[in-house]
Design a binder for this molecule. Sequence first.
Ligand code: HEC
Ligand code: HEC
Length: 502
Amino acid sequence: MRAGESGRLVQSHGRTVERRGPAGRLALPAMLVAAAVLAVGSVATAQSTGQSTGQSAGGALAVLLGGEGTSTRTPDHNAFSHPMSNLTFADRASFNIGNAVFRRAWVVAPSSTASADGLGPLYNARACQHCHLKDGRGHPPEANFPEDTLLSMLVRLSVPGETAGDPPRPEPVYGGQLQDLAAPGLVPEGHLRTDWTEIPVDLSGGETASLRRPGYSIVDLGYGPISPDVMLSVRVAPPMIGLGLLEAVPEDAILANADPDDADGDGLSGRPNWVESPSLGAVALGRFGWKANVATLVDQNSGAFNGDIGMSTALVPASFGDCTEAQATCRSAPHGALDGEVEVDTQLTTFLLFYTRTLAVPARRDADDPQVVRGAEVFADLGCSGCHNPTFRTAADAPMPALADQEIWPYTDLLLHDMGEGLADHRPDGEASGSEWRTAPLWGIGLTEVVSGHTYFLHDGRARNLTEAVLWHGGEAQAARDGFAALAPDDRAAILRFLESL
Ligand code: HEC
Ligand code: HEC
């Protein structure tokens, strides 16, 4: 899924596979397209909910976490799936088509539904939605291998550069990502095995917790030995809300919080991840992914099509997905592209981009509950907000009016922080080291259970609840973590209530 790894740099291999006539590529329900085109011509105005988004003089907390487009609908299991409320009528039509692309289950080529084929040959899931379940987060295997394997998560792979100082490379045989599914006639690459170890933790006031430490290995290898130097990074699918707003935060505003050498001596040294952006054709500020390893949403979406589903797009045109040269049967398997074309055309990726930009952030609940307000104070006092930066204003020249000039409350600085040995995956990613992670946005986190039916947090879903998520913090966040563990139990409950209000 990550742009910048093997797939992105591989040019279309130019192999032609004889299959169908050009009529095969009618890709969209024609009525929906017609509706969208008609609506573009109509005069539609963005409406704002009119509510204040700031903190009032009385200290009430912001409710409209995602600016004027915040969803104020009753939060139920669809809470992450609503369009921003300030979209025009035309925009809503585009959102609906994009949603259909996000949910579409692709099939292996050749097939009778030519517009939906090209899956694989190696892949992790048939649809975006299969990992980003209900537009929410994925989860780790619920049970230990072999009862359960990869589902809504993936494993990135790399090996060290050829000489010291060179950037890591994709694993020579298995590529940049482990695909645990394959088209008929091909074998999957393997499965992730997780072995959990419980670590008891004492908290103040006689409370206790237990952290489960994962041990990862890859089993059932389908293409021979994997490099003994392979580095693994196990990541669950993050929630899809508010991403267009994060993309619209001005770069200057993000860099203003960077303090790589901790010049202000607060123990926090957030730094940007500079990554190659295929869409911009340049090195750019990374914002997406657990290590801020991708700069733009279109890069992320195309990388996902390539690495996760094995589909080609204009930006990542390799129709064989993440198959390496060493996987010859995979490279020569049938694919879904006509000669000179890609499997997912630009019309579809444009609607998909629209969708990934405009999923609404739900409104905060219980903003005036005294325990929530107290929790917000404790959150600031402990230094959580030093990384989980509460608020930004999006750029006035954002790509669409609904995203522009919005006061948003994502609780992230979008920067990398060293989170210590406990969370380290020891796999560098762009400029991010093996122990650095992007501060996770916290908006919507209190609705995880409602939307996703679980409360697994952090990059690999190892934390089983919010308390465990905080207790895993180390490195730059060690002082905040220790402060949390030492809080009077009432204040610890308050901070959790504050998180649940988001
Ligand atoms: C196999 C599971 C899986 C599938 C399928 C999948 N994703 Fe993801 N997605 C992930 C994971 C894991 C990440 C985090 C990646 C990282 O940290 O490098 C992610 C990250 C993202 C992000 C960035 C979110 C953020 O907060 O930074 C976007 C956008 C995204 N995916 C879109 C898509 C789209 C569009 C599709 C379909 C074309 C898709 N994904 C398919 C697992 C998946
Ligand atoms: C040094 C920066 C830093 C500080 C300080 C910090 N965090 Fe975090 N936080 C992060 C990063 C980075 C992650 C993602 C880590 C990962 O996934 O491995 C994260 C993740 C989280 C998550 C899980 C989010 C998710 O989507 O899974 C929660 C909850 C959280 N932090 C709460 C807090 C609280 C509460 C405090 C204060 C006690 C705090 N954090 C202090 C950087 C920080």
